[in-house]
Write a protein that binds this ligand. Structure first.
Ligand SMILES: NC(=O)c1ccc[n+]([C@@H]2O[C@H](COP(=O)([O-])OP(=O)(O)OC[C@H]3O[C@@H](n4cnc5c(N)ncnc54)[C@H](OP(=O)(O)O)[C@@H]3O)[C@@H](O)[C@H]2O)c1
Length: 299
């Protein structure tokens, strides 16, 4: 199997480079090799690689900055997704694309299922939803995998930020009224590889659609931070107090949904794939960081 992977230096792209390697030949691109904002580059990359599967781990992910850069967010998250889908169809390939819990407004009282109506609260969510729709409109074989609260042992993410703040601050105030599933990029990449390994590419094409894919269970950002502190305790001189606060006390340019929980039942039923609990994923990521595994380079 030949895989074209975008966003190879992102949190997820980095883990996908590892997880997909045993499946075959990986042609992995960073922004320098394939800029999704330039449609011609997408066309020529796909036509020269001639992949069986395109895995799009690249995205405009700066949720707050997107509020003032909607054109960039749409070019990368929506327009580029449409071009990737067209090239996927032309190549007779399969497109694996990632989307987000932020397509929802968070007012539902239970985990969101794939059939729930999206209603994004911010520009990033709007651009990701437009990407989903662009892919579906082309009707190429595709899997759109919606995930949430992604973190890794490298990159810019809540896990690494809290880890740093635990060493710098004597107390922290963390939002406790947004609920979701922290999902490690490693678990997400492993699950993606499992799906591609267990199912023939053509069979996967017949299962085209949207799937929710997160770590098991849920918590708030406060719960996530508290669990990080628990794991870090032995390495800290003193553990800062972590106070729960409402979102209203931590205003951000982009609104976030209160309920980000995504039901993974369809994923399990269709592919037999289930991610570990968010606590287990966090412990594993933390352990790898302690052992100094993550950096294959300094980027
Ligand atoms: N992070 C989350 O909490 C979260 C939550 C839900 C869903 N998701 C989705 O999960 C997927 C993976 O996210 P992630 O957390 O791995 O994101 P990430 O760490 O921010 O990585 C995104 C990658 O995309 C690349 N990129 C940005 N603009 C590009 C362009 N114009 N052309 C080519 N590459 C470009 C970035 O390259 P540079 O380093 O050069 O900028 C970066 O390597 C995305 O689809 C995201 O929307 C993420």
């Amino acid at each position: 199997m030949k895989v074209l992977l975008t966003g190879k230096n992102g949190q997820l792209g980095w883990e996908l480079s590892r997880a997909l390697a045993p499946l075959g030949e990986i042609a992995a691109f960073d922004r320098g090799g394939l800029d999704l904002a330039v449609p011609d580059q997408i066309v020529s990359a796909v036509r020269s690689v001639r992949p069986d599967v395109i895995v799009n781990a690249a995205a405009y992910t700066a949720v707050d900055r997107a509020e003032t850069e909607p054109e960039s967010a749409h070019a990368i998250n929506a327009a580029a997704a449409g071009v990737l889908a067209e090239e996927t169809k032309r190549a007779g390939a399969l497109l694996v694309h990632y989307s987000t819990d932020y397509v929802f407004d968070g007012v539902k009282d239970a985990p969101y299922v794939e059939e729930d109506s999206p209603n994004p609260l911010n520009v990033y969510g709007t651009s990701k939803l437009a990407g989903e729709r662009a892919i579906r409109a082309v009707d190429a074989p595709h899997l759109i995998l919606r995930t949430s609260w992604v973190y890794a042992a490298r990159g810019a993410n809540f896990f690494l930020t809290i880890r740093r703040l635990l060493r710098e601050k004597s107390s922290l105030r963390i939002v406790s009224d947004q609920i979701g599933a922290p999902t490690s990029a490693a678990a997400l990449a492993d699950a993606t590889a499992q799906i591609l390994r267990r199912h023939d590419r053509l069979a996967l094409g017949t299962m085209s659609g949207i799937y929710h894919i997160t770590a098991g269970g849920s918590t708030s950002w406060h719960g996530f931070a508290t669990q990080i502190a628990r794991l870090e305790r032995e390495t800290l001189q003193s553990t800062p107090a972590i106070a729960p606060i409402p979102s209203s006390e931590y205003p951000t340019p982009a609104l976030r949904p209160r309920n980000s929980r995504l039901s993974n039942e369809k994923l399990l039923a269709r592919f037999g794939v289930k991610l570990p609990s968010w606590e287990a994923c966090l412990e594993k990521c933390h352990g790898q960081l302690q052992q100094g595994r993550p950096a294959r380079d300094s980027g």
